[in-house]
Write a protein that binds this ligand. Structure first.
Ligand SMILES: Cc1cc2nc3c(=O)[nH]c(=O)nc-3n(C[C@H](O)[C@H](O)[C@H](O)COP(=O)(O)O)c2cc1C
Length: 178
């Protein structure tokens, strides 16, 4: 699969088979995500792999009910966290730009897409989920004090082949300045 094909054929998958995701494949995907660009190469993205059926169901019921249907078939849930106060910061703790700590979300977004594309290359489906009770889920997952939970990513072998939602055209997206 070439890069363009991988980008164009990746879809958010919300229904998975029961087949578990082998650890060697998960680790390949995380290794690929580590090659995403990041602010001054700070590499702030961290991943918690949740594989237990009961744990995923608990998360779906108590902390992520909007995504309960998707989570009900996901054999693997990745909680993407970020190390705080690195991306966008100077060594003295001040912000480098007027974006403040916004660059940490930027870095995590790139890492998440890299992870999803690598998963797709391995025949896995993924969906990034942003709707959950962050504070309560951070406590449930014991997210370290110096990190925060950014996104949940369900991973598994697809049990559906969704069509691509409509995309804006290049004319809508691109302007030139001469
Ligand atoms: C930051 C972010 C948050 C998202 N949150 C959710 C979510 O909570 N639940 C969900 O089903 N999909 C979620 N999505 C997936 C989007 O709905 C999906 O990427 C979009 O509709 C385009 O479809 P595609 O990924 O198949 O191209 C999220 C995507 C992003 C990037």
């Amino acid at each position: 699969m070439n890069t363009t094909e991988c980008i164009m054929t990746r879809r958010s998958v919300r229904k998975f088979t029961a087949q578990p995701v082998p650890h060697d494949i998960l680790e390949d995907i995380i290794a690929a995500a580590a090659y995403a660009p990041s602010w001054k190469n700070t590499q702030i993205s961290r991943y918690i792999a949740i594989e237990g059926r009961q744990a995923i169901d608990d998360i779906a019921t108590h902390y992520a009910s909007f995504n309960k249907q998707t989570l009900s078939t996901a054999p693997l849930l990745i909680a993407q966290c970020c190390v705080k106060k690195r991306s966008g910061y100077e060594r003295d703790g001040s912000f480098t730009t007027d974006r403040g700590d916004g660059w940490q979300m930027y870095d995590c977004g790139i890492a998440a897409q890299t992870l999803c594309l690598s998963a797709h290359e391995h025949g896995l489906g993924t969906v990034i989920m942003g709707i959950f009770d962050r504070g309560a889920l951070e406590a449930y997952l014991n997210v370290p004090e110096d990190q925060e939970l950014v996104a949940l990513i369900a991973v598994g072998y697809p049990d559906e082949t969704p069509n691509a939602p409509r995309r804006k055209t290049v004319t809508d997206l691109l302007t030139y300045v001469k």
